[in-house]
Design a protein around this ligand. Structure first.
Ligand SMILES: NC(=O)c1ccc[n+]([C@@H]2O[C@H](COP(=O)([O-])OP(=O)(O)OC[C@H]3O[C@@H](n4cnc5c(N)ncnc54)[C@H](O)[C@@H]3O)[C@@H](O)[C@H]2O)c1
Length: 316
């Protein structure tokens, strides 16, 4: 680590920024939050209230957490003493171009500049800058204070030091950073999600299955398997003692012949899927559904990483 991480600036306090704010503060960082939304103070208060029990359940020290979070009047104020900046503004190329040009001028020279961008690679919004060596992607999954993965994706001009600093930073805040060495729109996680989502939409449009039954297929099979062993190890085990090689030789050909679907982009067909999802879940409130999701995700995380949680509890 070339510089300790004491102060983080969170730019953009929507779904992702609020979750990062709580996580960073729970790891003892001073957090400065900037967002032009008129209800910023209320949104931060509500998020901290909602997320603090999750962070406590993960064994983190939530004592004085809210006192470490400060609202900044603008970006300049938020980043003036930042060791690290996490950008979570709109997924819009022009916005990110303008913001990162400003950050290069206004953040301290040593500050690591990270973007939560879901699909836009860093080179697309830093190509016009003279120096983009400390700018890179730190792409989380929602909500970042619970889901461990952060995809660390350097741009063409990102330095190796910055990549290492990003890995160190996300490790310090308890995440699981994975460095991806080649930029590709959507990175890895969202490309995988897109591939599954495309087939799922096709199957619903074709009347093969309803959205809630499709979710049950996932949560009672692939979801459990993927949370424990991932895809390739799952297949290596699926081949029995002969491993992945046997699986490919044995079942690979018949799986390879499956022609996957292309969902219709006709607005009426898309609307039918939206209606089917609303029919399945629309009678429950967002708060109830999100609360149930977070409760289950915390239970899965506790089962997967029991020692991490116990160690943290002992340290506190
Ligand atoms: N939602 C997800 O599941 C998810 C997951 C991973 C990454 N991301 C990425 O994170 C980023 C934020 O996504 P989100 O879902 O939190 O969006 P969001 O719409 O919930 O939040 C964006 C926030 O940016 C604020 N904003 C607008 N202009 C701003 C400015 N000039 N300065 C500071 N803030 C400004 C908005 O007021 C809003 O609160 C996007 O790049 C998105 O692709 C989203």
């Amino acid at each position: 680590m070339t510089h300790p991480f004491r102060t983080a600036a969170v730019i953009g306090a929507g779904t992702i920024g609020l979750s990062w704010t709580a996580l960073f503060a729970a790891h003892g960082l001073t957090v400065r939050v900037s967002d032009p939304r008129p209800d910023l103070a209320e949104a931060v208060d509500t998020a901290l209230e909602q997320f603090t029990p999750h962070l406590a359940a993960m064994g983190l020290d939530v004592e004085g957490l809210a006192g470490r979070v400060h609202l900044a009047g603008d970006v300049t104020e938020a980043v003036h003493d930042a060791d690290v900046v996490q950008e979570n503004g709109p997924e819009n190329l022009d916005f990110k171009k303008r913001l990162f040009a400003r950050l290069m001028k206004e953040a301290p020279w040593h500050a690591l500049l990270l973007s939560s961008s879901s699909a836009i690679p860093a080179t697309a919004f830093t190509g016009h800058l003279r120096d983009a060596s400390r700018i890179l992607i730190g792409h989380p999954f929602n909500p970042p204070h619970l889901i461990p993965l952060v995809e660390v994706v350097p741009g063409k001009c990102t330095s190796e030091d910055a990549v290492q600093d990003a890995v160190d930073f996300y490790t310090v805040v308890g995440r699981t950073p994975i460095v991806e060495r080649k930029e590709i729109p959507g990175f890895v996680g969202n490309r995988l999600q897109r591939a599954v989502s495309r087939e799922a939409t096709y199957l619903v449009q074709q009347g093969v299955i309803t959205p809630d039954d499709l979710d049950t297929v996932l949560t009672t099979s692939l979801g459990i398997r993927w949370a424990t062993v991932g895809l390739f190890l799952g297949q290596h085990l699926g081949g029995g003692p002969g491993g992945y090689r046997h699986l490919i030789e044995h079942i690979g050909a018949s799986m390879g012949h499956l022609a996957l679907g292309q969902p219709s982009s006709d607005p009426a067909d898309q609307e039918r899927v939206v209606k089917a999802v609303e029919e399945a879940y629309g009678s429950h409130s967002y708060a109830d559904l999100a609360g149930e999701r977070d409760r289950k995700q915390l239970a899965v995380l506790a089962a997967l990483h029991p020692t991490a949680q116990t160690n943290r509890t002992k340290e506190n």
